[in-house]
Design a binder for this molecule. Sequence first.
Ligand SMILES: NC(=O)C1=CN([C@@H]2O[C@H](COP(=O)(O)OP(=O)(O)OC[C@H]3O[C@@H](n4cnc5c(N)ncnc54)[C@H](O)[C@@H]3O)[C@@H](O)[C@H]2O)C=CC1
Ligand SMILES: O=C(O)CCC(=O)C(=O)O
Length: 423
Amino acid sequence: MTYIEPAPLQKENPLESMMQRFDVAFKLLNISPEMYDILMVPRKQVVVGLPVTMDDGSVRVFEGIRVVHSTILGPSKGGIRFDPDVNMDEVKALAAWMTWKCAVVDIPYGGAKGGIRCNPREMSKGEIERLMRAYTGAMLDVFGPDRDIPAPDMGTGENEMAWLMDEYSKAYGMTVNAVVTGKPLVLGGSLGRKEATGRGVMVSAISAMEKLRINPYRATAAVQGFGNVGSHAASLLHERGVKVVAISDVTGAYYNEKGIDIQKAMEYREKNKGLLEGFADATKISNDELLTLPVDLLVPAAKEDVITEDNAAGIQAKLIVEGANGPTSASADEIINEKGILVVPDILANAGGVTVSYFEWVQNRIGYKWTLDRINRRSDRIMKDAFDRVYQISQEYKVPMRIAAYMVAIKKVADTYKFRGGY
Ligand SMILES: NC(=O)C1=CN([C@@H]2O[C@H](COP(=O)(O)OP(=O)(O)OC[C@H]3O[C@@H](n4cnc5c(N)ncnc54)[C@H](O)[C@@H]3O)[C@@H](O)[C@H]2O)C=CC1
Ligand SMILES: O=C(O)CCC(=O)C(=O)O
């Protein structure tokens, strides 16, 4: 039997959430109205059918998406997501967020995102490899080291990036490692890329704590999502003295008021098929309960629209640092702002990942490897500078940091259009 998984019904729409913030920021800037459509409409939307032979001999057809939102600042950049909830509006929102994110941290990339609706937790390694190779084959005209450079996102990691690089390189008859970032180190991956997004979250959190006069050594945190972003964010926050009292994944949330041993949780997850299910030394609570714990810092690092108008009123954290893309729906913004919670928005807080991806691409292009120390120092500086710039705009215009971040991004992209012209 061949079939394509239907897209699930969703109450919140990340594309609408993105556009609502975009509209507010755009109105605050003195930019010509025609720029609105230029910035809003993605440059390219590609949808492909991907037949894949499953281990039992049956053939399943998956739908693969790649949206290139903008290439005005440089080649488009953005991860590939494997998740049962992938749909076109989500990928369009994620692609636009990549454009804004790269502009906020001032790196020379446009924005893109890809996704395949599938459940990698229910697929074998061989099935995932065949799916990734089929997707790459179908996207040969889209990807390219000077055109569109993918990377990992939810449900994908260094293995998938290695298969992408191999498939692309075979098609072009030479090794092209700069076509993708987030690769294994032996294939030209960069030191520090795995931890980079979580590290940027930590730098953002510490910077925001300084503004709020919160002492990290007396602070508590809850981290939703214990994948690439959440686990490294939790571990690095712990290193800086923050007591992480709750972590979570798809199996539920795990709470210990004395603090979770993050290293132990990471080791447990590795031995337990990537899941926290059964993790001892903690009480199991729900992912919703985690969001409303009495902590100083909340780090949503799983997926979109987990903070909504339904639960925002119950949030007790003083500070939210968004590790995930779009974890707060636009409907929750007003409630959160009225409560006086400082939010470091996704397009700033999680930009450490694409920043070190940029470093990986630079290293691939020059054929030279940087040390971890150099990478961490440079990415920390970029993250801190971007934080300070966005914070300063938020003070100047008396707007939340989210709107300030959109303002910084939109202005940069619109200014670039003005010089390049051609429309
Ligand atoms: N990997 C990266 O470098 C970057 C990722 N992001 C964003 O960060 C978020 C997480 O991405 P990764 O850590 O890469 O993904 P991942 O696949 O490594 O981890 C995702 C984690 O979230 C958990 N999760 C999934 N659905 C959940 C739910 N409904 N409730 C609670 N937990 C749930 C999973 O069990 C897993 O622990 C996504 O929004 C992604 O777009 C943003 C910037 C860069
Ligand atoms: O590392 C990259 O190029 C992109 C990572 C990503 O998908 C994101 O920042 O949301």
